[in-house]
Design a binder for this molecule. Sequence first.
Ligand SMILES: [Zn+2]
Length: 239
Amino acid sequence: MAASAPTIPSFDAPELAELKRALVTAAHVLDHEGITDGYGHVSVRVPGAPAFLTLAAVSPGIATLDRLVMLDLDGNRLGGAHGAPNEWPIHASVLRARPDVESVCHTHSKWSTIFSVLPKPLQTLHHYGKFLPAAGVPIYRQAGLVRTVERGDALAAALGDGPAVLMRGHGDTVVGNCIEQAVMRTIRLATIGELAHLALQVGEPEYLTAEELESYASDERDPKRGWEYYTQRVAAARR
Ligand SMILES: [Zn+2]
């Protein structure tokens, strides 16, 4: 008997409620931290299914539960609000190529954009960048929005099996094994970009080597702690 196709829950299924709340919070956090602006989006895979939830063509800072959409990996709308992000193939292609990834953030981060066009790679000069490749974050060089699966697949190829890819003249795409990790990595990538930019004004930084980064015990062993911090900040700002 042929294996049956995985079941995709309905958009309103109770089992998705917590993920949807986290998705909205993630969007608010990235906006509050100044990483997204009117554009950018976060997605999360529908657990075990060839589908994902993301923002329904709404700016991250004003995302709400009724401005989410569920798409399959071909971009077909399965439920939720109308209006998928123009760049939905970023999420579909990365989630298809990377079974280990559960969440994807795409931003137009100014720090990632700077390093997407410089002749110098974005390398790590703080242990917050422990998750990044010591040799530098790869760059997807094709200009233009990622509005086709062909471009999405090229972006996923540039990402490879890594945590992040810069997009030339555009921003970045960052992945994680959960929403919290993807958001924390996105914030830390921006921090590393800002620090590297400042350091380069003075001289050539002595970047941390892979071996040195490995010696740090911090970073991702407790991503919930950073998540708690950032969610409290955004909650306080919205009271
Ligand atoms: Zn974009």
